[in-house]
Design a protein around this ligand. Sequence first.
Ligand code: F6R
Length: 614
Amino acid sequence: MCGIVGYCGPRDPVDVVVAGLRRLEYRGYDSAGVAVPADGRIREVKKAGRIANLEAALAADPLPSSGAGIGHTRWATHGAPVDLNAHPHVSADGRIALVHNGIVENWASLRTELEADGVAPVSETDTEIAVHLLARAVAGGIDLTTAMRQVAPRLEGAFTLVAVDAHDPGTVVAARRNSPLVVGVGQGEHFVASDVAAFIAHTREAIELGQDQVVTITADTVEVTDLDGAPGEVRPYHVDWDLAAAEKGGHDWFMRKEIHEQPEAIAHTLLGRHDVDGRLVLDELRISEEELRLVDTIVVIACGSSFYAGMVAKYAIEHWARIPCEVELASEFRYRDPIVGPRTLVVAISQSGETADTLMAIRHARAQQARVLSICNTNGSTIARESDAVIHTHAGPEIGVASTKGFLTQLVACYLLGLYLAQLRGTKFDDEIAAVVAELERMPVMVQQVLDDHGVVTELAAELAGARSILFLGRHVGYPIALEGALKLKELAYIHAEGFAAGELKHGPIALIEQDLPVFVVVPPQGRDQLHTKVVSNIQEIRARGARTVVLAEEGDPIAAAHASVLITLPKVSTLLQPLVAVVPLQLFACELATRQGHDVDHPRNLAKSVTVE
Ligand code: F6R
């Protein structure tokens, strides 16, 4: 986690860096700080709490002007979120300032080494060790870039480091391993940041950095090398979204804005996915058709909401492509010695593309010869780079910590993958595939209809604002949606919420049902086997025991409606695609309920958007 910004150029670096930190606040908001080199020494201001605290401190005690600056917004790992542990950390001689994202795993042995050398770290952080190592290196007469190349290989774990040297005030030096870093290329100015959102107000031209690369920026130059000093591969790209996409556009929360952007996000994710004959083309799929035909198992790995998207993927892939598909939490995958090999396709789903659990699982899978295809929303992210193939979702930046449009577009990408594999392996006829694709293309309109119809959800959130516990039930693809509904409520409203497979009720959870307990039930469309009937029976069972049933059912479903204390109608869609419409009221409900409870919806407590630690 943590957000990092560095800047070299003619603007006031403090303004640029603090504005950048604001856009990265989703990555962590325990403390924030900024440092500039000025008059031969580092000047820094850092404060525990949100960036507003830093801004107030800067207003009270402004930093001097400078040609460069660095800043950090923190999600605490080592050391409590107090001023002392906030970044930037400054060397004892006041010459070097450093910000860090990640975890230095061997910090204790390095600390012992420094203490033996007479250095006394003042904070509880692992980061501070690195600033003292850099200071010791430059004191030996080398420049900061060379020092970074010496120090970075000594650190074990994950890091993005960004540093400035008061003796070279127009330069920022950075390095990365297992943690994100991009360079922004402007006219007579350069940026480094955890995410392009930090500099999108100034430039849309970016450079993606590889593993173990060091970058040195000045106002006019960018130099990328590996840790040995050899020139590094430079991969420039153009960011296809702009500042407006990273702002709230009149909504109270980014989350609400992102919920309302979902029709457009789905449409963008579907753009250009088939040729004139209607055949699917996934051209970012750099695994040969022959290899994909030989795949005998698919293992989906992901975390949180992305994991629930993976659960939906299992139903779609097995139904359409007839390939056995497992879904596994990325954080569990490598610890159970999974059986994967050259004929396993591992599908990694990650909105941010930086989730450490997912990244580590990918590396484990690749080490076992599996091919990895990632479904990712962030261009140039580590997961996208380290995969054999990528299906990019085109949701645009997702800033709200709770995933919404990221989740919906992941579903779309999973459906496309399932259909593509079916096309390739001939398990579905072309016209059957084309019919599903055509239905997917109608989904933006369907989702818009749910958004336009949200009055019932708003009233329900007002009514249930004092609830202590809310349950969610679903079957088949409605089950992951029940889990997702519960997760959204937990993370935003901090109330007890649980999702169950409706068929599991009678095996235990039904004991939780008591008078007036709110239970959301996702009812599958009518007419598919006995699925609909079974879920209706489940509603009857809980209603008989006093539950207040909030039923999500397709329009024109009188049987489900008859058992609803509150009815939320969904547009008519096919069973497998129902998650795309069913999850939207649950997102709106969680957002609305949390708003009514006075919570900060975009920054739920204890969470960060991009979880780059295991
Ligand atoms: C929940 C949420 C998280 C993420 C999870 C994975 O609203 O956003 O559960 O889904 O942390 O993140 P990514 O998809 O970035 O790997």
